[in-house]
Design a protein around this ligand. Structure first.
Ligand code: HEC
Length: 100
């Protein structure tokens, strides 16, 4: 019985740290992969780049942005093979809360 309780306690801790890590991961991957164009705070540093801090062009569902970020276009790099779906969704979640 004691062993079972310890197991659930460990599971609860593991889940909690997992969730926290995932939020940090969104910011970390944003800084590594996106900041060189979109700026550290979402205020763009390259021309023709939407201001993500002002939520420019972000009025669409997460899954549409996920598709956009996986598909190479003439104007945007693809992150397919660089970040997995979960990592891209974590970055999108970070975009939705970042402030200039
Ligand atoms: C090489 C520079 C560059 C990098 C790196 C880059 N972006 Fe972009 N991003 C752009 C430009 C330029 C546009 C506007 C493209 C256009 O008008 O077609 C854009 C557009 C966007 C949009 C608008 C999407 C839409 O549907 O219109 C989002 C969201 C976005 N980027 C997020 C990201 C994220 C998240 C990353 C990192 C994972 C990233 N970008 C990396 C330059 C970049």
């Amino acid at each position: 019985m004691m062993l079972v309780r310890t197991f659930f306690l460990l599971l609860a801790c593991w889940t909690a740290t997992g969730a926290a890590w995932s939020a940090d991961n969104g910011q970390r991957n944003y800084e590594r992969q996106c900041a060189r164009c979109h700026g550290l705070t979402g205020v763009p540093v390259t021309p023709q780049t939407p201001n993500l801090a002002m939520r420019e062009r972000m009025n669409k569902p997460d899954l549409m942005l996920l598709q956009y970020l996986k598909m190479p276009t003439a104007t945007h790099p693809s992150f397919f093979g660089i970040l997995n779906d979960q990592e891209i969704l974590d970055v999108i979640r970070y975009l939705r809360v970042m402030r200039p």
